[in-house]
Structure formats: C-alpha cells, structure tokens
Design a protein around this ligand. Structure first.
Ligand code: ADP
Length: 377
C-alpha cells in the first residue's frame, strides 16, 4: 500500500483481501454471442485502493457485477479473505457477500432523513445501539450536523458522503465503487473522492474503483488494472504504467501524445519531425505505431537535433513561451520553450527526447497505405 508519498509497504505483510481469478463471462450465446470477458484476474490486499480502468464498453461494470454477485460468471473464482464467494460449486448471493457498493447515481431514499438512510441497514440493532452507530458513521463522514436533513438539502459531495456512511453501516469487508464520482461537479470531484477514499483506506478493507478516467486512477490508485475489450491488458502501479505502458491505450494516459505509424527502414521510421530510431526487436512485419508523449519533448536549438517542428504560435508566459508546434501540416501540440531557446512564429525549432520516451508497438496486421509513415492522434 502507498503512504501517498510514493513509498510502498511490503505487499507480503498484508492479509489476503479480494481475489478474482480467471473470470470468464459472455453475453448471449451461439450466433448471438456478444461481448465477452476473458480470463480476468486481480487481487486487492486489505487497505489498498485499486482502479479498474478502461474505455466505455470494455467490461468494467461487468467485472464489478460479477464480483458483487449481481451476476454469476461462466468461469472463475471470487474470494474475500479466506471465504470463496463464487466458484464452479459456490455462489454466495449479493446480500451475503459483505460488500459495499457505491454507484454514480447515489440513490439515497429521498423521503428519509440522512440519519434514517444510514440507519436503514442497521435493523438488527436495538434503537440506542443504532442511534450510536449512526452518529459514529455521520461523524466519520463529517456529516454530524446534517443528520435531520433530507437528501435534496445536501450538496452533491455531501450526498456522496451520506451514501458512503450508508454503505459502511453494514461493516462491509470490501467496497466496490462504479464511476461513483463521475456525476459530481468537476470542481468538487477531486476533494470528495479523496475524502471518501481516505475513510475507506482507514477502514483497512480492499477497495475497487471502476473508472474510465485515467486522471482519477493516477490520482488515487495504489494499483491500476487496465481493461480493454474484456481483457486485463496491464496491472501495475502508476509508475510502472508510466515507464512501461503495455498498450497504446496505456501510453496515452499521461497527457497528449504524438503517434506515428509506418514501416521502419534501416532501423528508422520516417516521421514528420524527422527519422526516429526504432529498436530492431520492435520492427514489426506489418509496421509499427510509435507513441511519444508531448511532455517528453524538449525544445533545443535548431542545429543541435535531427528532429524539428514549425512554430505555429507563441504565447509569452514571462520566463518561457507556450509554443504551438506543427510538422508537415500536422498540429503536434503545445510545449513550453525557455526564453534562451530562440524561436519565432513561422520558423523552425529543434526537438529532443530521451530514447526511453519512445514507445513502439508492432502492428498485428498490415497498415493500409493512408496510414503509412503518417501521424495519427
Ligand atoms: P463498461 O463498464 O466498461 O462501460 P460494461 O461492462 O457495462 O462496460 O459492458 C461491456 C459490454 O457488454 C458492452 O458492450 C455492453 O453493451 C455489453 N453488456 C453489458 N451488459 C449486458 C447485458 N446484460 N446483456 C448483453 N450485453 C451486455
């Protein structure tokens, strides 16, 4: 688990948390067989927040529903601690899984006060124990002064915290969040998310947060599981994904990128910014895609680099300029140029980047002619 300073505690000392092994599932059958999940595995130790991150339609919510027991997978295992919840021979119904679920749609009961919403799952307790527990939970989510309000009297962030108090009332042994913060106003989102996740981390339970937003995963996750087209394509820390993205999708998480496609010749790919060296091992039979993050481009004097671009526009920011670049008619994006690197609108500027800033992905199938040696976004 991360202590948010980048230091990591040894994973081995953590008790087993939520385990998903070799889950397979599909919708429809025969010729009407539709979307399928293939061999999905992940493990979340106690007290860690993991993100399941993927584009819309990649299977994130399906994985969450299978873990929660809202659907039964065709293959695979789900276990929480030493308890098997789903296997070939076991299927524990959702209400007996000790899992808290939070969705984008907060779904508090509108006709009940905040206190009554939180108390809803505490029917087994007598009145005084229930009141005590509700007061503890509202204090935990910093809503003590809002107990007698109705949901419509709360802000979006307060509603989200009330929903968390309700989810925690049942003392879940894991929490699953499905795009739980997407509906919040962007100005509130980061703060509400961090405060909700801090409470869940303190509860020392495994948390799986589903999101399509890389920034959300980068900001919060101890570990990210990337899902694309029903398969986990990479699992790792933010640093691991940053340094060694396994797919084009992951390479694009960390801001704008340049993408070049084509057939390398003599170890180089011709691109609009100049010939880029391609490691021989990556020289795919059907060509390659090369991804270069705009943030990894360093502006240099024109005569000191083989790569260059045209300055389309320049905005003076004092000690540096924000410069808009283009090459062979393609807009490349903006970079910051310190004042000592001379440049002018309409002229050219040199570009440099470290060899490990290039991510090369061989093409599985032949490129069509229109994409050869071109730039794509
Ligand atoms: P995500 O959460 O990543 O957007 P989902 O898990 O919701 O993706 O859906 C993955 C794919 O499965 C989508 O193509 C979706 O249309 C399909 N799908 C989801 N639920 C069902 C269902 N009950 N029946 C048939 N297809 C479904």
């Amino acid at each position: 688990m991360s202590d948010r300073t980048g230091c990591r505690a040894p994973r081995a000392v953590l008790a087993p948390g939520l385990k998903v092994e070799h889950i397979g599932h599909h919708y429809g059958s025969g010729r009407r067989r539709g979307f399928a999940l293939h061999d999905v595995s992940l493990q979340i130790p106690q007290g860690e927040v993991h993100c399941l991150l993927g584009p819309s339609g990649s299977g994130k919510s399906t994985v969450l529903r299978l873990i929660a027991g809202l659907e039964r997978p065709h293959a695979g295992l789900v276990a929480l601690g030493d308890r098997t919840l789903t296997s070939d021979v076991t299927f524990v119904p959702p209400e007996r899984r000790s899992m808290g679920l939070m969705f984008q749609d907060v779904a508090l009961f509108p006709h009940m006060t905040v206190a009554k919403n939180v108390a809803f799952g505490l029917k087994a307790l007598d009145t005084s124990a229930r009141d005590r527990r509700v007061a503890e939970l509202l204090a935990l989510v910093e809503l003590s002064g809002h107990a007698e309000k109705f949901p419509h009297e709360l802000s979006g962030g307060e509603q989200q915290r009330a929903a968390l108090a309700r989810a925690l009332a049942a003392e879940p042994r894991a929490v699953l969040l499905d795009e739980a913060f997407s509906a919040l106003d962007p100005s509130l989102r980061g703060e509400v998310r961090s405060s909700v996740l801090a409470i869940l981390r303190a509860a020392r339970i495994p948390v799986l947060m589903v999101t399509h937003d890389p920034d959300e995963a980068i900001a919060e996750a101890d570990r990210i599981h990337v899902i694309e087209d029903g398969r986990i394509t990479q699992s790792g820390t933010v640093g691991e994904l940053y340094r060694a993205p396994a797919t084009r999708f992951v390479a694009g998480f960390f801001g704008p990128v340049l993408r070049f496609s084509g057939h390398p010749e003599k170890g180089h790919l011709a691109t609009p910014i100049g010939a880029i060296p391609i490691p021989v091992a990556s020289d795919g039979r059907h060509g390659v895609d090369v991804i270069l993050r705009t943030r990894d481009l360093t502006p240099v004097a024109l005569d000191s680099s083989p790569w260059k671009a045209t300055v389309l526009a320049c905005r003076d920011l004092g000690d540096r300029c924000r410069v808009e670049l283009a090459a062979q008619g393609n807009r490349l994006g903006d970079i910051h140029v310190p004042e000592q690197i001379s440049h002018r609108v309409g002229g050219e500027i040199g570009l440099s980047f470290a060899p490990d800033a290039l991510f090369v992905f061989p093409h599985p199938v032949a490129l069509n002619d229109s994409r050869k040696a071109g730039i794509s976004r």
